[in-house]
Ligand binder design. Structure first.
Ligand code: HEC
Length: 245
């Protein structure tokens, strides 16, 4: 009986435990907009150039990206795909898990569903991409605010610049990371880099749920239909009541 009670008690606290497993830092809002095709197209281009070398999107085909994002298939073939790939193929990467483990200590995971799997969704990805900072203690020389100890190198240091952590003495006497500061500027301004991070986050949000694009465009028609129908109903009401008065 006591065991059962203990179990019930644990269950009661389960939501709190789940909450504790969330990221330690506050996530920034990515401000993604899936109806912004230009943003998704830029995100696809950035992803293929900066991420696809390590991360596959194995649940997705190049051809699907072309049709969903209104990109001409020839353009996708020429600029967004590795030379040996075919347009009808799923998006794989050149790195196999063994090499990934050997080079980074961890194989780069498939990102097909990451925007749905992460607590915070595309906000997590956005904050992650902006959260790399220099840390000599790490094997790659980089650490990350939302993903402490991540074995991914900062692929955007040239664009973003190099960020340095600023610590504060906490109540427990331990140093706490309070914010990042730009130690040396990159090729892009902070606002321009925010857009890069936002476009990639939006692209991965779309990849994790391609149907969301359709749903948003259907939603507009449903609302228009409802507005139109309300208008007809109003005319009908006028018509009925005319005889009553
Ligand atoms: C040089 C290889 C490499 C490149 C390029 C790279 N990554 Fe990674 N990435 C990794 C590795 C390795 C990990 C695993 C980190 C870990 O678990 O410690 C990772 C982890 C991640 C994660 C966390 C996934 C999870 O499930 O925890 C995300 C999100 C991510 N990368 C996004 C990106 C994006 C977006 C780009 C392009 C801008 C990119 N990565 C480019 C190697 C890479």
């Amino acid at each position: 009986m006591t065991k059962l009670r203990l179990f019930a008690l644990l269950l009661a606290f389960a939501p709190a435990l789940g909450f504790a497993a969330g990221p330690a830092v506050k996530l920034e809002s990515a401000g993604t907009d899936l109806s912004d095709k230009a943003s998704l197209q830029r995100g696809a281009g950035l992803y293929m150039n900066y991420c696809a070398g390590c991360h596959a999107l194995s649940l997705h085909r190049y051809s699907r990206i072309a049709s969903d994002l209104d990109l001409p298939p020839e353009l996708v073939e020429q600029h967004l795909m590795p030379a040996q790939a075919r347009i009808g193929e799923n998006i794989h990467t050149g790195i196999n898990a063994g090499d990934g483990n050997a080079w980074f200590g961890k194989a780069p995971p498939d990102l097909s569903l990451t925007a749905r799997a992460k607590h915070g969704g595309s906000d997590w990805i956005y904050t992650y991409l902006k959260g790399f900072y220099i840390d000599e203690a790490r094997p790659m020389g980089w650490n990350n605010t939302v993903f402490p100890g991540a074995s991914m190198p900062n692929v955007f240091w040239e664009l973003q610049g190099i960020q340095r952590p600023v610590y504060d003495q906490g109540a427990d006497g331990q140093p706490h990371l309070v914010r990042l500061e730009l130690a040396s500027p990159g090729r892009l301004s902070p606002q321009e880099f925010d857009r890069v991070a936002r476009d990639i986050s939006a692209f991965l949000e779309y990849v994790a749920e391609p149907a969301a694009l359709k749903r948003e465009s259907i939603g507009v028609w449903v609302l228009l239909f409802l507005a139109f129908f309300t208008f007809i109903a109003y005319l009908l009401k006028l018509e009925f009541w005319r005889d009553v008065h």
